[in-house]
Each structure stands twice: as C-alpha cells, then as structure tokens.
Design a protein around this ligand. Structure first.
Ligand code: ATP
Ligand code: MG
Length: 255
C-alpha cells in the first residue's frame, strides 16, 4: 500500500504538471516514489523526463498493449509512468478498470505515488470516474495561479474534490508575482511558488527544474515545500502504511 497524492485544478495551465514532477523528483531523493501522468490526452510528463519516444506508456497500457512492467521508466531515483505525448493519444481505448488494476498491482512497491491530473473532469479523467469506489487518492493538492480567477478556480476545485469525498491538503499558489491578496485563502494555503522564466527550460532540456538548477528561486521553494509537506502531512500516513505493510509481511512469513 502506498500513499497517493494528486495534483489538480479545474483550470488549465496553472502548473500542476510542473509542481507534480518536481515534487515527485524531490521526494524520490529520500523515499520510494512513483509519478503517474493521468492526463491521457494532453500528458506532458513524458517531455520533462525525456520519455516521448518510448514505445510503452499509460495509453498503451490502458489499451491492453503493454504490461505494468513495461510502462515504468526510471529517471534517477524516480519511477515514472507517462502518457502518450503525441496525437496518437486519441486513438487508444481508456479502460478505467485496467487503471484500477494497475494501481493495486504496483501500489505495494512505493511509499508515495504522485498523480498528475488533467484540468478537466470529462470522460477519461481517470480519478473522477470511479472515485468513492476505490481508495485512489489519499490527498489532493490544488495548484492555483496568482490571480483572482486563479484563486476562485482553486476554491472551486477544493469544493469539487470534497463533493467527490477526496481529501484536500490545500492550495499551492504558483507563478507568484505578488498580484493577489492571499489572506482570503490563508487557511488553505500550503505554499507559494514564485514565477520564474527559467522553469521553461525543463521542457527544452528534458529535466525537472529542481535538477537543472537547485538554486533557482522556484526550485528552492519547491524543495522546501516538498520537505515540509512530507513531514507535516505525509509522515503520519506513511508511518501507518509502513506499519501495515510490515505487519502483513510478518503475517505472511508466519503462514
Ligand atoms: N513557477 C512558474 N514560473 C514560470 N512558469 C511556470 C511556472 N510554473 C509553470 N510554469 C509554466 O507554465 C506552463 C504551464 O505549466 P504546466 O504544464 O505545468 O501546467 P498544467 O497546470 O499542468 O497545465 P495543463 O492544465 O495543460 O495540464 C508551462 O509552460 C510551465 O513551464
Ligand atoms: Mg498538466
């Protein structure tokens, strides 16, 4: 069993993928982490980790062509499952049951599974299709932009997650330029990540910005945020999960 942390916002382009990828990369430096790109039609995780030419991906898996072993790629200490970054993505069947099988099959191997969600909640939006039935997400983190619409959409995204009984950890305001008054969302605010043009380099150089430049202002905030949240929010859950896992292992040995 692993702890599943999702990144979401109803609004597009807020930085969900950027934050999820960098969060997972930092986590992988000290805990066993898997990153899954659940944006099966517009996935871009493959670009950050240079996986765009790989034969297997989440789409081929959901279509029944690949095995779970084939779609997991290693990037430094991080394991990554990416979605097809080309227009071929539209040609695959999205079998939700297969996604559920995938999670239960690989869940035991990781402490944390980080999931990058698409902004929409239409058909093929993997979580929202069977939420409630499965323990798919333990914590949802909303990534919002520093603007009035950005804040409104972030609060709306929290409401939506709550309607689906998904626990939200709070909001990360990204691309911060000191535009918005954040006092309104103070209770939900987890972190503020600055706007930095250098973030764009990760798409060109196929590497997360925290790897390209640890001293970049976005990277520094990202590393702090990941460490803080893993301590404050995840440690308790992880300890519980590890204890359950250990108990199961001992139980199996005794049988
Ligand atoms: N802190 C930041 N500073 C500057 N640019 C950023 C920052 N965060 C993200 N970006 C840029 O914003 C754009 C959108 O980022 P990203 O793809 O991560 O957003 P997204 O929310 O996943 O988008 P989508 O809704 O399409 O999935 C990218 O070009 C990315 O490089
Ligand atoms: Mg994205």
């Amino acid at each position: 069993m692993s702890l599943k942390v999702g990144f979401f916002n109803l609004q597009g382009g807020t930085g969900k993928t950027t934050v999820a990828a960098n969060f997972a990369y930092v986590l992988s430096e000290f805990t066993k982490t898997l990153l899954i790109d659940c944006d099966v039609y517009c996935g871009t995780i493959g670009l950050i980790f240079g996986l765009e030419d790989k034969e297997h991906n989440l789409n081929t898996y959901l279509n029944g062509e690949s095995t779970s072993e084939e779609i997991i790629y290693s990037y430094d200490e991080l394991d990554v499952i990416h979605a097809d970054v080309t227009s071929k993505a539209f040609g695959y069947k999205v079998d939700i049951d297969r996604f559920s099988e995938l999670i239960s099959e690989i869940s035991d191997r990781y402490d944390i599974i980080v999931i990058d969600f698409p902004p929409n909640i239409t058909e093929g939006s993997l979580v929202f299709n069977y939420i409630g039935e499965e323990d798919l997400i333990n914590k949802m983190i909303i990534v919002g932009e520093d603007s009035i619409p950005g804040i409104i959409n972030s609060l709306k995204s929290i409401d939506l997650a709550n309607d689906f009984s998904i626990e939200t950890a709070g909001i990360v305001i990204n691309k911060f330029k000191n535009v918005s008054d954040l006092t309104e969302i103070a209770d939900d605010l987890l972190a503020v990540l600055p706007y930095s043009e250098e973030v764009e380099r990760q798409w060109v150089e196929s590497a997360p910005i925290v790897k390209l430049n640890r001293r970049n202002k976005f990277s520094k905030s990202m590393i702090d945020f990941t460490h803080t949240i893993s301590k404050e929010l995840l440690e308790k859950d992880l300890t519980t999960l590890r204890a359950i896992r250990l108990a199961k292992e001992i139980g199996m040995r005794e049988e």
